[in-house]
Ligand binder design. Sequence first.
Ligand code: ZN
Length: 314
Amino acid sequence: MIYNKKIFYILINLVLSNLIVFFVNANVVVSIKPIGFITSAIIDNILPVDVIVPDGSSGHDYVLRPSDEKKIKNTDFLIWSGSEIEAFMSKSVLHVPINKILVVTEIPAVKKLLIKIKEDNCIHQLKKQCIQDPKLPLNSKKYNMHFWTSPDIAKIIAIEIYKKLSEIMPQYKEKLNQNLKQFEISLNNIDKQIMMQLAPIKNKKYFVFHDAYIYFEKHYGLSSLGHFTINPEIQPGVKSLYNIRKQIKEKQVTCVFAEPQFKPAIIDTVTRGIKINKGVLDPLGCNIKLSKDSYLKFLLQLSSQYNTCLKDKI
Ligand SMILES: [Zn+2]
């Protein structure tokens, strides 16, 4: 009897110590930084978050390094946007059990809010048919997948992360719930603040470098006249550059936005000799560190980047 008891205690200890080791080494892996911002708000002080696409790189054509593949294989929870936009992860994700994965674009409430790509995203028109970038994966041609700039979508993602993690690690449910509630309150406040900040510049005209901001713009009532490219790695055609220059000349355009990782000479060429503000929009928040408040900082940064360039014309 005593012997049995001893074995029982040894077994219990073994299970507990393994659990502790599991949670000490556990981590969450996300594909891109903005998803990391939302994730950090929910698992702050619980688990570390690892981002696959590093600062300065673009998710449009990232290639996984062997160390990334290892991270994906060993993670306890993986959050990514799905193969339609992040094709570079499709193969590695197959090594992760399905209950440890959250595909953001497959969350039904997110799916409903995805914005269809308009015809003007075609690289050119052929007999009224839209010819889109052949390098993009087939399905991504239907929707604009830069969903993370929408505060509404961010909230839905946060709730889903909370639900999934509460299932995987029920012992943290209360803390996760607290973090979620706090995130929702802070996000609502920041949202109102940004609404007010951007209200006076709603009618200003501008061009963005690539079409990564449509969700943010729709939410806050801004609208760009257009973008230079749908994939920053692909140079826009001469004809579309000519059209952009023509519009800049004719339509009292206040600002043209570049991006931190792409400061192409094209923008200088197109605006040569024209008095116009030049700004920078960062769709990935590459200078922002992951933290409980990083998503809020990201939205505030976008807002102030719009505001600085659109406030007054030089
Ligand atoms: Zn993009």
